[in-house]
Structures are given as structure tokens and as C-alpha cells.
Write a protein that binds this ligand. Structure first.
Ligand SMILES: [Zn+2]
Length: 312
């Protein structure tokens, strides 16, 4: 094993051995006054401005990095206007919006949320990948990403001899999950460096994790729906979400349930666990649990007879 200190980190190592990931792996890590991060054998060395150095186990930092890129963000993180999920685009890809409307009580007033509302139904009419990407993520916009969890289909197009090599390298690959976000693209462009650092490495990002979970939920919901003999489910749950009024609090997630069908009048609905306070972080588990016991979730905004039940 090498005892020599590696002074230059490659692109993959620079993404893995960051202060943030070291802190994720080691809670007592002091990230102030850091003058350099280096590698030596199994260790990641952190050198402080006063000359002191500390060694951290590389393996644990890699695990922290992998967990972080695979983490599941809350249910509202990637919903567009009116709780819109990923929208089908061309080439096996979907437009995935960032949850600007749900991050803050005034989130719907942000320019990004307004752009989403303006473009939501129009992306399907724009078939040029670069144009869509420019509208979604650029210096001026940050409204979402193009995601192809089942692999991007490359359209037949004439070979462009003027395009540079770099653009060719980042060209999407069929049959592999693909995302336009910076994190995924960085992994894709440096995939061999990542693979020599992390065994069995496959590029991945939080958008893919969220997308797969969302798709799983849609399947569960369809199952719950189809299980009712009449075709119209009687066991229903309606839900509301009020985003946080500041950046430190959580939002509030409220559920009503009934055994009399979605159209039942307000008097037939009960608040689910009225003494508990639910937030955006409870939403995935609650949705999956409901479907498991046969309840079909509906956004409360789609059921006008319940309008008076939940105060804004
Ligand atoms: Zn992504």
C-alpha cells in the first residue's frame, strides 16, 4: 500500500472527498480552517491552516458520498404546479420539475415557479433536447431536469462534424438511466475515475431515486384502486399540504379519510390522527401505508366538497 500522499485529486475524488462528505461520515469533523484535502493509502488527510492534520477512513467517506447521491428527497421536492408529477417528453425522457411551489408558502410567486406554470404543457411541443435543457436549467433558469430512468432513446440525426469531442462524450446512452443534472453528468463524464474509486460504481442521482419512488407509488395506488370490486374505490384519503412560512420550519401535511368514496360529503370524512402533526417528511410513508391497507389517495384540491374542511 502506498504511503505517499496523493496531492492531486482527480475529478471523481474531488467530488467524493469534500468537506461536506467528510462531515457526513464523521460528525465530529471540524471543517474550519481547512487548507487541503489529500489521500494517503486508506486515509483521507485533512490539513488545517495551523499545520495540524487528521486522517479519516476513505471507505466511510465513500459510503457517505454514495448514500448522499442515492438519498430520497421528500415527496414534494419534485412536483410541479398543481402537484404535477414528471411529464412525458420525447425520447423516453420526462420533464421533472423542482418543487418551487412547495418549498415555501410564497414559493408559487418565485420566477422559477411562474416559468414552470408557463411551460408545463408546452415542453411536449419542443422536440430539441438542447432547447428543452436550456429552458429547464441555465444561467437564468433552474426549473427542473430532463430525466430518463429507463435510458434515453437517441433520435436519428445526421452526424455533426462540427461538434466537439466533449459534447459527444456526454451524449446519452441507451438502456442506462440518464439525468441532465450536474451531479449525474459529472459522474458520467468521469465514470472510469469514479469506478476505480468505488467498486461497482454506476452513475446515479437524487432525481432518479425520487422518480423511481414516485413510479412505485403510482403502481401501488393503481393496485389499491383496482382492488375495489365496483371499480370506484370506497376507501379514500384526501390530503393537503401547506408549505412552510419560513426556511427553518416544516410544512404541514393533513389527511382526511372516508369509507364512502371520494365524492362523499364532508360529514363522511374524518381527520387522520388529528393529534399528530405531519410534515412533508411523512408523506411518502403515509401514502405507501394507505395504499397497503386499500386506501386510495387524492389531492384534496381535486375534491371541492371538502374545501371548507382545511383552512389555508
Ligand atoms: Zn439528476
Amino acid at each position: 500500500m502506498s504511503t505517499q500522499t496523493q496531492l492531486e485529486l482527480n475529478a471523481a475524488q474531488a467530488a467524493i472527498y469534500t468537506r461536506s462528505n467528510i462531515r457526513r461520515a464523521f460528525q465530529d469533523f471540524d471543517d474550519t480552517e481547512v487548507s487541503g484535502i489529500y489521500l494517503r493509502g486508506d486515509d483521507c488527510l485533512v490539513v488545517h491552516r495551523d499545520g495540524s492534520e487528521q486522517a479519516y477512513n476513505r471507505e466511510l467517506i465513500k459510503v457517505a458520498y454514495t448514500n448522499y447521491t442515492h438519498r430520497l428527497k421528500d415527496f414534494f421536492s419534485y412536483l410541479g404546479p398543481n402537484y404535477r408529477g414528471p411529464s412525458v417528453w420525447h425520447n423516453n425522457a420526462y420533464v421533472l420539475f423542482k418543487g418551487w411551489n412547495y418549498s415555501h408558502a410564497l414559493g408559487h410567486l418565485t420566477s422559477n415557479a411562474k416559468l414552470q406554470a408557463h411551460w408545463a404543457d408546452k415542453f411536449i411541443h419542443v422536440s430539441d433536447t438542447n432547447k428543452v435543457l436550456h429552458l429547464l436549467q441555465s444561467d437564468q433558469t433552474d426549473i427542473g431536469h430532463l430525466v430518463a430512468p429507463d435510458g434515453l432513446r437517441i433520435p436519428n440525426r445526421p452526424i455533426d462534424f462540427d461538434s466537439d469531442m466533449e459534447a459527444d462524450q456526454s451524449a446519452p446512452v441507451v438502456d442506462k438511466p440518464w439525468c441532465s443534472c450536474g451531479s449525474y453528468q459529472r459522474q458520467l463524464s468521469n465514470v472510469s475515475d469514479f469506478a476505480s474509486e468505488i467498486e461497482g460504481f454506476k452513475p446515479w442521482c437524487i432525481h432518479m431515486t425520487w422518480f423511481n419512488k414516485y413510479r412505485e407509488l403510482l403502481c401501488k395506488r393503481t393496485e389499491a384502486r383496482n382492488a375495489s370490486p365496483s371499480g370506484t374505490p370506497e376507501k379514500c384519503v384526501s390530503w393537503w399540504y401547506a408549505p412552510p412560512a419560513d426556511h427553518i420550519s416544516n410544512g404541514r401535511f393533513v389527511l382526511l379519510y372516508t369509507n364512502s368514496g371520494a365524492q362523499a360529503p364532508l360529514s363522511h370524512w374524518r381527520t387522520y390522527k388529528p393529534k399528530d402533526v405531519f410534515t412533508q417528511h411523512d408523506a411518502w410513508d403515509l401514502f405507501f401505508n394507505m395504499c397497503d391497507v386499500g386506501y386510495v389517495p387524492f389531492p384534496g384540491t381535486a375534491l371541492p366538497q371538502l374545501k371548507s374542511a382545511v383552512k389555508k
